[in-house]
Design a protein around this ligand. Structure first.
Ligand code: ASP
Length: 329
């Protein structure tokens, strides 16, 4: 029997391998993924809307220091956290997004407020925070709340690598500054290629789909850089007629492929099954040289979790089945 409700979450894709993840840390990752699934599942089992389940699950991951969203988000080149988030309601095609916010404790709640309480879809930077102040009920915190020592160390390593790349380029007679790095030199963005963005897609008992994504972006990103996560159609998409999708990976590639909408479009235009469509889109990202993955669910409760990296923090819980959590391929 097809499940009438369920949810899928991710906590980022990347070079996540057994030798790089200690058993102690793995236990903590699994526990927090389990708590997020539990929070979303409780909403759905009680007959609540998919949108509420998405927000409930993502808030748990934003509050966890382990993932690259909210507390524990990665640092930009200036050593600050700038957060991006988006949400979409598959029932109405309503959508909300925020980019580059630095004081909003749970960016997913602000994305939802943009969708429900403004005539717009996306707010960026200081304006997004002004909206947060005006709309009320959105918790604001100092930027230090998001920053952790582990992320500072990652930034140090990324900047060291960036310096080495720039020196190499200069020695070959090219421009020396970090902004001249090509996309092929992108290693200095996320040295460890562990993305860690969080996302959730859900199907509720009324057959409604929703998707949401929240992130700190990429380590050492430059001023004002925005990735795919807050971009509707790239990092997030939901339409009851097709599917709900949340992405994680190297955002520059995911934007160019229009990943989340590309999966829905294959279902809409050629009737592709969810699993096939999701795999084909991740293959497109891979053929451009990008890495990452997606989670997706359709209105029949089919789920897809393809990724082209060594690992992706992920889990799902469907009606009548036990929760499943996985990290490695
Ligand atoms: N997709 C995110 C970005 O490029 C990063 C991630 O998935 O962790 O901003």
């Amino acid at each position: 029997m097809k499940p009438s409700y369920g949810l899928v979450i991710h906590g980022g894709a990347g070079v996540i391998t057994r030798d790089k993840l200690s058993p102690e840390l793995e236990v903590r990752y699994r526990a927090d993924l389990g708590r997020a699934l539990e929070a979303g599942h409780a909403v759905l089992a009680a007959g609540g809307p998919a949108l509420d389940a998405v927000v409930a699950a993502i808030r748990v991951l934003e509050d966890s220091p382990l993932f690259n969203a909210g507390h524990g988000a990665v640092l930009n080149a200036e050593g600050k956290c700038e957060l991006d988030s988006s949400i979409m309601d598959g029932r109405t095609l309503g959508a909300g997004a925020v980019a580059g916010v630095s004081r909003v404790k749970n960016p997913i709640t602000l994305a939802r407020a943009v969708m429900e309480r403004s005539p717009h879809v996306m707010f960026a930077g200081a304006g997004a925070e002004r909206f947060a102040e005006q709309v009320g009920g959105i918790e604001l915190v100092p930027n230090e709340y998001f920053q952790t020592e582990r992320r500072r160390e990652e930034l140090r390593r990324a900047q060291q690598k960036e310096k080495e790349q720039a020196n190499r380029r200069a020695a070959l007679g090219g421009p020396a500054g970090p902004l001249f790095a090509t996309i092929d030199e992108n290693d200095s963005l996320d040295v460890e290629r562990k993305y860690g963005t969080v996302g959730c897609v859900a199907l509720d008992k009324n057959g409604n789909l929703a998707a949401g994504t929240s992130t700190g972006g990429m380590t050492n990103k430059k001023f004002g850089r925005v990735g795919d996560s807050p971009i509707i159609g790239a990092g997030t998409y939901a339409a009851n007629a097709t599917c709900a999708v949340s992405a994680t990976g190297h955002g520059e590639y995911f934007i160019r492929v229009g990943v989340a909408r590309d999966i829905a479009a294959q279902m809409e235009y050629k009737g592709a099954p969810l699993v096939e469509a999701a795999a084909a889109t991740i293959a497109k990202v891979g053929s451009l040289g990008g890495d990452g993955g997606v989670i997706a669910i359709d209105r029949h409760g089919n789920v897809a979790l393809p990724f082209n990296t060594p690992g992706m923090y992920r889990g799902h819980r469907l009606e009548g089945r036990a929760a499943e959590i996985a990290i490695f391929r």
